[in-house]
Design a protein. Structure first.
Lengths: 433, 75
């Protein structure tokens, strides 16, 4: 499935020429659009100048964590041993489609960024990690790599990998473990991949959108990048909108665009609640967050984070408790089953929420939930349990009135209805290897 | 010197011996997995080491506080 792309009203950077594109841009088209990659004295950009430009641009990771990309590049470049680059195109967040949209239209922008990142950290190999249930993606990526190979464009070697379709398989330590021949489950840290990753080498793992921005920053410079966005959140970002919106899909927005403006872009209808950041995100009353910028700093006071740029609008009249229960059930099933608090804790809170949703609570379900939500966070190898706890906790606040009614045995009329514009729950159950 | 207990959550299988040996700092959650409360002062360090040695899954570790850890990593 290719994500629908919608016309954004802001300046196009990553999405130039996407309106009419129904296939990936070929190398020639790509170079016509963006120009050649900058070359230094030896025909390739100086590694340090790439890192400096990315750091000066203030680019942050677009995979969800929002870590400064320049800092990460520098950390990997500063380690001993030949580094490795991993491009993370897994996009396992069910409500997110932006990486799929990017890869389906501008694979060369991602590959530019990956080649530049490899150069910057001294890597000869770039592993491109994709979801194996999206077969077309791998075919198209291999096609793009072949074009570059024929043009003798890159020094680095690109390898495409198709990984298991699992929510936590996109976590960076899971990618590294899989590339090392293991299962696509997260590992305990430290060591983080930048310290010891693929074949024990210092490993740079970056989201594909992050890499695409590097491809542009290297061409046009940090000052150009900062012409849009906020001082503390420069540039543009891809967002995915879904739910009670008449124009769902992927938009490129200027960083700092407010939640309300994005909902307007997507032509939101009657919105009862908004989920910010995806399934590790938080629920909010749209009136309270409409004016807040969709940036880490802008959302902090509301207890939210942009994550991978997901905005899901829940139609007024739909039951947020029931929606949350469905997502928590999904997240519990997606646990890697490695850490006790996640393995047992997530099914427990999912069951509590299912009881609430049905309006058939057993015992003091709210007291039990409060205790359970307070004890799980920070106790897994990865952040999966923390994300589920955050979502559940935000539902208790955002839907406080409904929660009380559900706990008292009278659920919303909409709770039992099959959700048409509800949050997407993937059906596929994949293996770990 | 103060110490910090760390659990490797992927190794821990919830035997619960650590909570028996160091109830001052380790409590089990309702599923039998340890929850750590605070750092370990010198007065409890002996008990903490005993808990570490007793863990059948080798999932419990006693580390010096972060500042010392950082210095060790740098050298």
């Amino acid at each position: 499935m290719t994500a629908g792309l919608r016309r954004a009203q802001t300046t196009r950077r990553l999405t130039v020429g996407w309106q009419h594109a129904s296939r990936p841009a070929r190398l020639g088209e790509h170079l016509d659009l963006y120009g050649p990659l900058p070359s230094g004295r030896h025909g390739h950009p100086d590694p340090r100048s790439v890192i400096d430009a990315v750091a000066a641009a203030g680019l942050t990771g677009r995979g969800g964590a929002g870590f400064p990309t320049g800092t990460k590049l520098r950390a990997v470049a500063g380690r001993r041993g030949q580094a490795v680059v991993v491009a993370n195109g897994m996009e396992s967040e069910p409500a997110s489609e932006k990486d799929q949209a990017l890869l389906a239209r501008a694979p060369h922008l991602v590959l530019d960024g990956a080649a530049l990142a490899a150069r910057a950290v001294g890597a000869q190999t770039v592993h491109i990690c994709l979801d194996r249930t999206r077969r077309r993606q791998a075919d198209e990526m291999i096609g793009a790599i072949t074009e570059r190979w024929e043009a003798r464009l890159d020094e680095a070697q690109f390898l495409v990998h198709e990984l298991p379709h699992r929510y936590v398989s996109s976590e960076e330590t899971a990618l590294v473990r899989w590339l090392n021949g293991g299962e696509a489950r997260p590992t305990a840290t430290p060591p983080r991949p930048y310290e010891r990753g693929v074949e024990r080498a210092p490993t740079l793992v970056d989201n594909v959108e992050t890499l695409a921005h590097i491809g542009l920053i290297a061409r046009y410079g940090p000052r150009w990048f900062r012409e849009l966005g906020q001082p503390d959140a420069p540039g543009t970002m891809l967002v995915t909108t879904a739910g009670a919106v008449r124009q769902p899909g992927v938009y490129e927005i200027e960083s700092g665009t407010s939640v309300g403006q994005v909902l307007t872009l997507a032509d939101a209808a009657d919105v009862g609640a908004v989920l910010i950041g995806g399934y590790f995100g938080t629920w909010h009353d749209p009136r309270r967050v409409a004016g807040l910028p969709l940036t880490a700093a802008g959302l902090k006071a509301a207890g939210a984070a942009p994550g991978a740029g997901v905005l899901f609008a829940l139609a007024a009249g739909r039951c947020g408790v029931a929606e949350t229960a469905r997502v928590l059930g999904y997240l519990a099933r997606q646990s890697a089953q490695q850490c006790g608090p996640c393995r047992f804790g997530l099914p427990a809170i999912a069951t509590d929420f299912a009881q609430l949703a049905a309006g058939r609570p057993e015992g003091n379900v709210l007291g039990r939930l409060e205790r359970r939500l307070g004890v799980i966070e920070g106790r897994g190898a990865c952040r999966h349990p923390d994300g589920a706890v955050r979502l559940a906790g935000s539902a208790l606040t955002a839907f406080a009135g409904d929660i009380r009614a559900h706990a008292a045995g009278s659920p919303c009329p909409a709770a039992g209805r099959r959700s048409l514009a509800g949050l997407p729950i993937p059906r596929t159950e994949d293996e770990w290897r | 010197m103060r110490w910090r207990l760390r659990i490797d959550p992927t190794a821990c299988t919830g035997h619960g011996l650590c909570a028996d040996l160091l109830p001052e700092r380790i409590e089990l959650d309702e599923w039998g997995f340890p929850v750590i409360h605070g750092d370990v002062p010198a007065s409890l360090a002996g008990h903490a080491r005993r808990a570490v040695r007793a863990c059948p899954a080798l999932a419990l570790r006693l580390e010096t506080k972060p500042r010392e850890t950082t210095r060790r990593e740098r050298s």
